[in-house]
Design a protein around this ligand. Structure first.
Ligand SMILES: *Cc1c(COP(=O)(O)O)cnc(C)c1O
Length: 409
């Protein structure tokens, strides 16, 4: 493989036209779309219209005339298509952290006689913190049991109320077998919750096929919905009627504008809405979701695996023995990111960023690179690893300015 070979692969890439849809700064190689997706050009236009016309001119009329009220379910239905879920099972809104709280509380209420939540020790901390806080709030002896990935199936015994996992691990990129683990949880009478923060728009997901009970996920990562974009929440159709999601707000009521004093849940997934939708955030999210829907997932996954393999092979050649590969070597077990560990990972990443190759760092020692096939080219991967080689050979990461820890790593 040479740099010219990369150029040839890019010329033949069916996803190549998607790159033009994004505002990527000149000279930047962006390997952090798993943390904050880039700006789609259409988002700037959509937001400008939503602000100046829908809000500015139409004012409150837009709730009825611009489809504002339907945004959580309309965009939810679009996200459902990315997740192998039926229409009417997903709403867009609120943050992933809040949605984790809501589905976890609902899931625990489905198994009132059980007290154990099983999750992964290296799950994203907000999921664990939310679970810890909910256990304390319930005051009924619930406990969070943190397990290493390979020991998960054996940990699913009859005491387990809920298995709560992130499908693709944020640090290692390890992708769980959603179907097998959901079945294992169900076989022992448990409920399965999946966090799809690093899956939605990134890897094939089949919530219905896997039999997942609940799911949540992020809008600002692979869905390119913008900083702080609303997240989403899924409830399996069979559970909808028996589920009481907490935060029973007025827009989840059967008749919000009847202003009744007592709560009655709305039909179907609408009951999962809490309050007034964040219209501007949802407008931006919808653009990102529409782009994701227009890219065939088989092509996205195929290119993601090729780019990741190219990245890892190039690192082995360009920086032999310098990094430990943390992500699974098997393509099928890896989500859409690659992770290398190095004791000086933070400074190395800062030096890379100074060269306009943007990835991120996860404590204690992980260099993380998001693989986003809609706008990343083979040649970008080649050049990124060349930059990494130069950073390592020159030792420029040792400079004091690269050692200083910033608030967001
Ligand atoms: C990114 C991420 C989150 C983020 O939650 P917010 O409420 O949006 O801050 C939650 N869970 C996982 C697994 C994530 O990767």
């Amino acid at each position: 493989m040479t740099r010219d070979d990369c150029g040839r692969l890019d010329a033949a890439d069916p996803l190549a036209p998607f790159r033009e849809r994004f505002a990527l700064p000149e000279g930047v190689i962006y390997l952090d779309g798993n943390s904050l997706g880039p700006l789609p050009h259409a988002t700037a236009e959509r937001l400008s219209h939503a602000v100046t016309h829908e809000w500015g001119e139409q004012l409150i009329r837009s709730w009825n005339t611009a489809g504002w009220m339907e945004m959580p379910t309309r965009i939810g239905d679009k996200i459902a298509r990315l997740l192998g879920a039926a229409p009417g099972t997903v709403v867009a809104g609120d943050s992933t952290s809040v949605n984790v709280y809501r589905v976890l509380a609902a899931a625990l209420a489905l198994r009132p006689e059980r007290r154990v939540i099983v999750s992964e020790r290296s799950n994203f901390p907000t999921d664990l913190y939310i679970a810890e806080g909910l256990c304390a709030q319930l005051g009924a002896g619930h406990a969070l049991r943190l397990i290493e990935p390979e020991a998960l199936p054996a940990a699913l015994d009859e005491s387990v109320a809920v298995l709560m996992l992130t499908h693709v691990n944020y640090r290692t990129g390890l992708m769980h077998d959603m179907t097998a683990l959901t079945q294992a949880a169900h076989a022992r009478g448990g409920v399965a919750i999946w966090d799809l923060a690093h899956s939605a728009g990134a890897v094939p997901v089949d919530l219905a096929g896997a039999g997942a009970d609940f799911a949540v996920g992020c809008g600002y990562k692979f869905l390119n919905g913008g900083p702080g974009a609303p997240g989403f929440l899924y409830v399996a159709p069979a559970l909808l009627d028996q589920t009481r999601l907490p935060l029973t707000g007025w827009l989840g009521h059967a008749a919000p504008f009847a202003f009744e004093p007592a709560y009655r849940p709305a039909e179907g997934i609408r009951r999962a809405i809490v309050g007034t939708p964040a219209v501007l955030g949802l407008a931006a999210l919808e653009v990102g979701v529409d782009i994701a829907l227009s890219a065939p997932m088989e092509q996205v996954r195929d290119k993601s695996m090729r780019l990741a393999r190219l990245f890892l092979e190039r690192v082995q050649r360009a920086c032999p023995g310098m990094f430990r590969e943390l992500c699974p070597s098997q393509d099928e077990r890896r989500g859409s990111q690659v992770c290398l560990s190095h004791p000086e990972g933070y400074a190395i990443m800062q030096a890379l960023i100074a060269r306009n190759v943007i990835g991120d760092f996860r404590a204690p020692d992980i260099l993380r690179f998001g693989i986003t096939p809609l706008y990343l080219r083979h040649i970008d991967v080649w050049d990124a690893v060349e930059a990494l080689r130069e950073v390592m050979e020159s030792g420029e990461w040792r400079a004091p300015e690269f050692q200083r820890r910033l608030a967001v790593t």
